[in-house]
Design a protein around this ligand. Structure first.
Ligand code: ATP
Ligand code: MG
Length: 396
């Protein structure tokens, strides 16, 4: 897959700018707060339908304007597309998606463009909260299975609506009618149904990723560290002799369970924790509460791994992700490296470099070129970004 052009209008701090990408390496250089990440965010918005840092679409529109446009052109063997997304502020924000001028449903992952990104903030994958890891995993599932986007959107709405209902129950001071319970049951069923599908997809993809990441972990650490992971799905009914931590279902066990079995566990948990849910006005069971934990040589990485080990682990996961997505697409995705190269030492950069050969189109952002391995810049197209303008384009 090759991206040829990105065009943004009234997007973040860009009034109107276009970037023509070279087929190999592209480096966006600029000082802080000039618009480097904003441009990557625009590309990812087309590729994934989401922004991982915007709380809502309003933030994406240039302040004081009402409409933002992002347009990305890309091609591969057999197709050539220009995907666009128009964000319009009205009473609420609305989206209009098009491929080659033809309207698409914006509630789906509508573009074939696929990216893998590695950002400096990903180095916090282990230290950050569980939401960070859930979002990362969901995003990865979406790249391999586009329908996961709608599934998670639907699920989030169910949780929101169910929370609203729990709030009304709370306000009734626990005096619930039969029809209240009936209404809750409808939401419980949907939550368990959609929730179990999400969990099964996440577990499946984690199972595909881990062996790939493990190879890289071993390579980076000189075979000293072996990587394992757990999907943390709580089930208070898990017998303590099941081999996994009390209350947790192991990854292996989860991958063998049917969707129906996972659904039953969620339903059981919902029944059991109903009083707590009403008291907290919140849905406390389901995949929006799950987490992933990583271990090195059997020790939880968040608690025991050094900062350097955590970096290596995240790099191993990212390399695994890149391999997995490349295999599924049968071609490399566009790789986005946001600020991350300057944070990796030359050894780790070299390991990344082995995968990112000339086959892989790459867009790198940085404030400076110090500390870069020379190979990154060979034949690269270097572009300067200043105050929302792409001011210079040239070959290095
Ligand atoms: P760094 O090197 O610090 O990561 P960057 O070049 O990646 O910087 P961006 O995150 O791309 O910076 O851009 C940040 C700039 O965009 C900030 O100055 C911010 O105020 C501006 N910005 C963000 N959203 C909007 C918006 N909706 N309208 C106008 N400006 C915006
Ligand atoms: Mg940035």
């Amino acid at each position: 897959m090759r991206v040829s052009r990105v065009h943004v209008r009234n997007f973040r701090n860009y009034k109107n700018a276009a970037l023509d990408l070279s087929e190999g390496r592209n480096v966006l250089i600029g000082e802080n707060a000039q618009g480097k990440t904003n441009l990557l965010e625009a590309i990812e918005l087309i590729a994934s339908g989401r922004s991982d840092r915007a709380g809502n679409d309003r933030e994406l529109v240039y302040r004081g304007e009402n409409q933002a446009l992002v347009e990305v052109s890309y091609h591969s063997a057999g197709y050539s597309e220009t995907a666009s997304l128009l964000l319009t502020a009205g009473e609420r924000m609305s989206r209009k998606a098009k491929i080659n001028g033809i309207i698409q449903s914006a509630s789906r992952r509508f573009a074939r463009l696929t990216t893998v990104s590695f950002k400096v903030s990903d180095l916090d994958l282990l230290r950050g909260g569980p939401k960070y890891r859930r979002d990362w995993l969901d995003q990865l599932v979406c790249k391999l299975k586009a329908s996961h986007f709608e599934l998670t959107t639907r699920y989030d709405k169910i949780v929101q609506q169910r929370n609203r209902l729990l709030k009304t129950f709370f306000e009734k001071d626990g005096r619930l009618t039969v029809s209240d319970y009936d209404e809750l049951k409808v939401w419980d069923k949907q939550l368990a149904q959609y929730g179990s599908q999400i969990i099964k997809q996440r577990v499946h993809v984690l199972g595909l990723l881990l062996p790939l990441a493990e190879v890289h972990q071993s390579e980076i650490s000189g075979s000293r560290e072996s990587l394992t992971a757990q999907y943390l799905f709580k089930n208070d009914e898990t017998p303590s002799d099941s081999g996994s931590e009390i209350g947790l279902v192991g990854l292996e066990q989860l991958s063998q369970m049917t969707e129906r079995e996972v659904e039953q566990i969620i339903s059981g948990q919902l029944k059991k924790r109903r009083a707590e849910e009403i008291a907290r006005k919140q849905t406390v069971c389901g995949p929006h509460r799950d987490d992933v934990s990583f271990s090195l040589n059997g020790f939880a990485a968040t608690a025991y791994a050094s900062q350097g080990q955590q970096r290596s682990l995240v790099l191993a996961l990212k390399l695994g992700e890149l391999k997995l997505v490349t295999a599924r697409l049968e071609e490399p995705p566009l790789l986005l490296l946001d600020d991350v190269l300057a944070e990796l030492d030359l050894g780790r950069q070299g390991i990344l470099m082995q995968l990112v050969n000339s086959e892989m189109q790459t867009l790198i952002t940085t404030t400076h070129l110090d500390g870069f391995r020379a190979e990154w810049l060979e034949g690269a197209k270097i572009v300067t970004v200043r105050a929302g303008e792409i001011i210079r384009q040239g070959e290095s």
